[in-house]
Ligand binder design. Structure first.
Ligand code: UDP
Ligand code: MG
Length: 344
């Protein structure tokens, strides 16, 4: 079989309204490029007809492959599954909603020819809601200050990875995955360019405000322990301030006798300290929670069916579909994929 040059990995969750338009747009760009390619769709447990549409696309075109999850596991898990199934010399990660314009692919592949192992298409924030822009900018500023890896506003998952870079990403075994950090952590020569943000072609975004804040916290604690250090520093600074205050009170009492009981000061100090203690406990809790989920070593996702093995002729649970076991020969993290059963 001729080696595949380009794999396009597309995580999809409830994208029935847009998936076919996306597929047509993608083919219109890929076919004229003189590369062999495959399109790897990951149906992240969609509740609509996304799975059926992908299935039909794969049935009529051998260049289309897919994996379907038993339920929604999130975009991080979907990207991981796509990277594992991909066979191309380079892999391009793209959203299904046409917010990652397929027309940019030739430019991305051109940059790859210059020898870059990662090519990042960075979107600006044209046409985005004011609140979301503000929240995102604040998130990135905070992350930029606190993280050991560099994350850039607008640089997301729309990127090309060379096979070397894909292998590096797949070699990271963590359960709790924060791709933006992982892509930065693996390093390699990276090129980036900016494109004008486009609105979703159809359907709706799966990100709510709360998700974004959780995502920010996840990013913060995924790649460093600076928040823990910050807690220690704040604690020390407060302890010193309290000591100074106590000394001052003692001197004051010695010089002027017992003053009027200062319950306001007391109350303020108690509430402030209580708040800081709670926040610190929260920070520690985040890390403990992560350790807990890492030690359980659960798979990132459960596969319901794949194009290599559609949902007939069940294999025993735990047996990997070929493409996935190919992706990680002999690797212990191969057990991240189990076969699940279709819901009835
Ligand atoms: N997605 C996914 N699983 C999820 C949420 C999203 O696979 O749980 C996919 C979604 O189908 C789309 C991409 O991730 O292809 C980006 O999602 P979305 O457009 O909702 O995010 P936004 O562009 O608003 O950040
Ligand atoms: Mg989108």
């Amino acid at each position: 079989m001729k080696a595949c040059q380009v794999s396009v990995v597309v995580p999809c969750f409830d994208e029935e309204e847009v998936i076919e338009a996306f597929h047509r747009a993608l083919l219109a760009v890929l076919e004229p490029i003189r590369h062999t390619f495959e399109i790897c769709y990951v149906d992240d447990g969609s509740g609509d007809r996304t799975g059926a549409r992908i299935n039909a696309l794969a049935a009529e075109d051998r260049r289309v492959r897919y994996v379907s999850f038993s339920r929604n596991f999130g975009k991080e898990a979907a990207m991981l599954a796509g990277l594992r199934m991909s066979r191309g010399e380079v892999v391009v990660l793209m959203d299904a909603d046409l917010q990652h314009p397929p027309e940019l692919l030739p430019r991305i592949l051109e940059l790859r020819k210059s020898g870059y192992d990662q090519v990042v298409a960075r979107r600006d924030r044209t046409g985005e809601g004011a609140l979301r822009t503000l929240l995102s900018a604040a998130c990135y500023r905070a992350m930029g200050r606190c993280m050991d890896v560099e994350v850039v506003d607008g640089e997301g998952d729309f990127r090309l990875l060379s096979r070397k870079a894909v292998d590096a990403v797949l070699a990271l075994p963590e359960t709790d995955r924060f791709s933006k950090g992982i892509f930065s952590w693996i390093g390699f020569d990276t090129a980036s360019f900016t494109y004008r943000n486009v609105r979703r072609a159809a359907g709706r975004s799966k990100w709510a405000g709360r998700n974004l804040i959780d995502y920010g916290i996840g990013g913060l604690v995924s790649f460093n322990n600076r928040p823990l250090r910050l807690a220690i520093h704040t604690g020390l600074a407060l302890a010193l301030a309290a000591l100074g205050y106590a000394l001052w009170i003692i001197v004051d009492v010695a010089l002027h006798g017992v003053a009027v009981p200062g319950y306001t000061t007391l109350l303020t100090a108690v509430v402030a300290l209580g708040g800081i203690q709670l926040a610190t406990l929260g920070v520690i809790g985040e890390y403990v929670g992560r350790i807990y989920s890492e030690v359980k070593r659960r798979p990132h996702y459960v596969v319901r069916e794949t194009s290599e093995c559609p949902d007939r002729g069940m294999r025993p649970p735990g047996v990997l579909p070929d493409a996935e076991s190919d992706a990680e020969p002999g690797s212990s993290s191969g057990v991240h994929v189990y076969e699940g059963r279709r819901r009835t």
